[in-house]
Design a protein around this ligand. Structure first.
Ligand code: FES
Ligand code: FE2
Length: 323
């Protein structure tokens, strides 16, 4: 399961989308059902009934918080344990459970650990902008026809800004660029992945981005004394498809009436990337060394190395902890 994306935590959806009905989501090719059990606890089960393989998301959440399969009414709790097999009082329920996945709510998002039937060996590490109190946050979503790795490395790529984003976040760079300009990418390994910044002709404007393994980027936009960040959450769904969530966080202009403007801007930036990223088709990003690369590819090459060293080859191997 979860080939190329096993044993990692990933955000999957905004928690506000999970109400009193079971909610199906697809993560890295696997169908998962989310539901709220007793006391509001969240359950994440492989969306397949152990009885006859029916999608559990077709069922309902009963008053006691158990998820009831639509076909023959078997009931499961948030741990996947079988709590009822109708018409079969002697059924060995302890052998008839569904497969659970570790799940957490962190900030506004539901996260799932991509290994079935185990306790998570470590906790998710979320960017500060998604969790810190006192910030106003906005979320938008896009569906892209591409392998998630293509979208992820795009988010770590600074030298595309003055081209793809020449009308938005790349405009300041474009203004300063000359035909002789030189950009230097600095990369620093961190506990969660890495931190990259780009200086143009020796001038660093203070912007930096952080990579949160496996599939998140937080861009820090420097405004003195203020917090303004754009987070890209690159969620693999069906094979060759990606759900991009862009979360903005800010500690100024916090009136909710301004949220549509921030969302619109984040959507516009994401939409600028779309054609370029989708043109790579549904294939995953190539191994480092198999394309022509230059010095400004430093951050994206680090991502490729991480992907091939830690994710692509690990299959169902050891959990890929942060750092
Ligand atoms: S298929 Fe789910 S209870 Fe029979
Ligand atoms: Fe971009």
């Amino acid at each position: 399961m979860f080939r190329g994306f096993a044993n990692v935590w990933s955000p999957v959806i905004e928690a506000s989308r999970l109400k009193d009905k079971p909610l199906p989501v697809v993560l890295a090719g696997e169908s998962i059902v989310l539901f709220r059990g007793d006391g509001g606890r969240i359950g994440a089960l492989v969306d397949r009934c152990p009885h006859r393989g029916v999608a559990l998301s077709l069922g309902r959440v009963c008053d006691d918080g158990h998820l009831e399969c639509a076909f023959h009414g078997w009931r499961f709790d948030v741990s996947g344990a079988n709590r009822h097999v109708p018409l079969n009082p002697d059924a060995k329920r302890d052998q008839l459970g569904a497969t659970a996945l570790p799940v957490r709510q962190i900030g506004d998002l539901i996260w799932v650990f991509t290994a079935p039937g185990i306790e998570a060996p470590f906790e998710p590490l979320a960017p500060e902008g998604l969790t810190a109190p006192g910030l106003m946050r906005t979320y938008i979503e896009r569906q892209w026809d591409c392998h998630w790795t293509r979208a992820m490395e795009n988010m770590l790529d600074s030298p595309h800004l003055p081209f793809v984003h020449k009308r938005t976040i790349g405009r300041p760079l474009l203004r300063l660029m000359t035909p002789q300009s030189s950009m230097e990418i600095t990369w620093q390994d961190t506990a969660n992945g890495g931190r990259a910044s780009a200086s143009l002709d020796g001038a660093d404007n203070g912007a930096y981005l952080e990579f949160f393994q496996p599939n998140m980027m937080a861009l820090n936009i420097p405004i003195p004394g203020k917090h303004l960040r754009i987070h890209a959450l690159v969620i693999p769904t069906e094979e060759g498809r990606t759900r991009l969530m862009v979360a903005g966080s800010r500690d100024f202009a916090t009136a909710a009436i301004l949220n549509p403007w921030f969302s619109w801007m984040n959507g516009k930036i994401a939409d600028e990337d779309r054609a370029v990223v989708e043109s790579s088709g549904r294939s995953e990003t190539p191994e480092p060394g198999s394309e022509r690369s230059v010095a400004t590819d430093r951050a994206t090459l680090r991502f490729r190395k991480y992907y091939y060293d830690s994710l692509r080859e690990s299959e169902a191997g050891a959990p890929t902890g942060p750092g």
